[in-house]
Design a protein around this ligand. Structure first.
Ligand code: FEO
Length: 395
């Protein structure tokens, strides 16, 4: 269903209420998502992005219900990833010669995925496209935000920045605009999206945000490719990104563990007790990684100044649940966070040593040797775990 965004700009995307996993199973989308596509009807008719392939037929049918597909003069492909380009093969069956404006990298991406030699028109930052009625589109490379081919498109006069993935969230809604949705849900999905998708690109993002702000564009709306359109104080999300891109942290320590027979879980709770008894202001959160949403826990790590990782020793090393999560944390390239480790063992031990090596390799500042405990902790050992927590709080 077509929805008005502003003047002659309409949303023609897809709201995916059912989506629960994204990027395969790499990202949990507990609130669904949207694939935002936009139709601009000035003297020229322009389509910005499409939707994910499973919804391609529905998208093209809906679009054909709104306009004569032959009237589309230009297609803008801000990004080649399949959640935005997935309906192009179906659409291009109807209008095979329509020019597709995109970056040089996007040509590679689209050709590589769909093996079609469409009428690509390569653009770079500062290039413009006149669409009539005194309006034009200005293209801005968003390289590495989050793929090499990403770009944004700015519509003059209406002052809308079509930012694609940047500033988005996986948040299904029918309200379209940021001021009409639940603000807690919205901001939770925004920070989760940033933490899990954009954190690895922090240094690039800092430069890119400066570059985009330096263009001095008047921005009345930021029309993302996922979730809401920012029309109420659209710069609020840019300001959040500036904050988040600078190795963001709150006064929080997150404890993440897995456990076989409960000993490492007991250590986690006692260490938390030690931290909070030493420092009443710090927020401590505890997660059993096997029972938690990994992307939500990554968001908690993103907000933390320190993390403690716990695993019992199994086969001289750590549990695979924790090993997988360590890999995910390394992928995020967190900077400026402290870390330590803990775990129970029965015979040889070794988990704490392995964890410290992995934490250092993932870019964390390892604070100490960690806390290891043979067999199930007795009363004295639980007191020792509390003391360890106090030392962590002091550090
Ligand atoms: Fe929403 Fe990078 O795709």
């Amino acid at each position: 269903m077509k929805k008005n965004v502003k003047n002659n700009v309409h949303w023609v995307g897809k709201t995916d209420w059912e989506l629960r996993q994204f990027h395969g199973d790499e990202y949990s989308t507990n609130n669904g998502s949207t694939y935002n596509s936009y139709l601009i009807q000035e003297e020229k008719t322009v389509l910005i992005d499409t939707v994910w392939m499973p919804h391609a037929q529905e998208f093209v049918d809906n679009l054909a219900g709104e306009i004569d597909l032959d009237s589309i003069d230009y297609i803008i492909a801000n990004h080649g990833e399949v959640d935005h380009s997935g309906a192009l093969p179906e659409l291009m069956k109807h209008i095979p010669n329509t020019p597709i404006y995109c970056t040089a990298h996007a040509v590679k991406s689209l050709k590589g995925q769909y093996h079609c030699d469409w009428n690509f028109q390569v653009v770079k930052t500062g290039d413009t496209l006149d669409i009539g009625n005194g309006k034009s589109l200005v293209f801005v490379s968003m390289q590495m935000l989050h793929w090499p081919d990403s770009m944004a498109t700015y519509l003059t006069t209406d002052n809308i920045l079509f930012s694609n993935d940047a500033f988005g969230q996986h948040y299904a809604n029918d309200m379209l605009f940021n001021d009409l949705v639940d603000q807690c849900d919205l901001m939770r999905e925004c920070i989760k999206y940033y933490a899990n998708i954009l954190t690895p690109f922090n240094p690039i993002l800092r430069k890119k945000l400066d570059e985009v702000i330096g263009l001095n564009l008047t921005v009345d709306m930021i029309a993302t490719s996922h979730g809401v359109i920012w029309r109420d104080n659209p710069m609020q999300i840019v300001e959040k990104y500036l904050q988040w891109a600078n190795d963001y942290q709150e006064n929080q320590i997150t404890i993440i563990y897995d456990t076989m027979w409960g000993g490492t879980k007991d250590l986690a709770n006692k260490i938390a007790q030690g931290i909070t008894s030493q420092d009443h202001d710090v927020q401590v959160k505890i997660y059993n990684i096997s029972k938690s949403d990994q992307n939500d826990v990554i968001t908690e790590v993103f907000k933390s100044k320190a993390v403690l990782i716990g695993s019992p020793t199994m086969g001289n090393t750590i549990l695979h649940s924790i090993a997988g999560f360590m890999h995910l944390m390394k992928q995020m390239k967190f900077k400026g966070k402290k870390a330590s480790s803990f775990g129970c063992y029965g015979w040889s031990g070794g988990s704490v040593k392995v964890l410290n090596t992995l934490l250092a390799d993932a870019g964390f500042e390892v604070m100490d040797q960690g806390f290891k405990n043979q067999w199930n902790p007795d009363e004295q050992q639980l007191l020792d775990a509390i003391d360890f927590g106090k030392q962590i709080a002091k550090a």
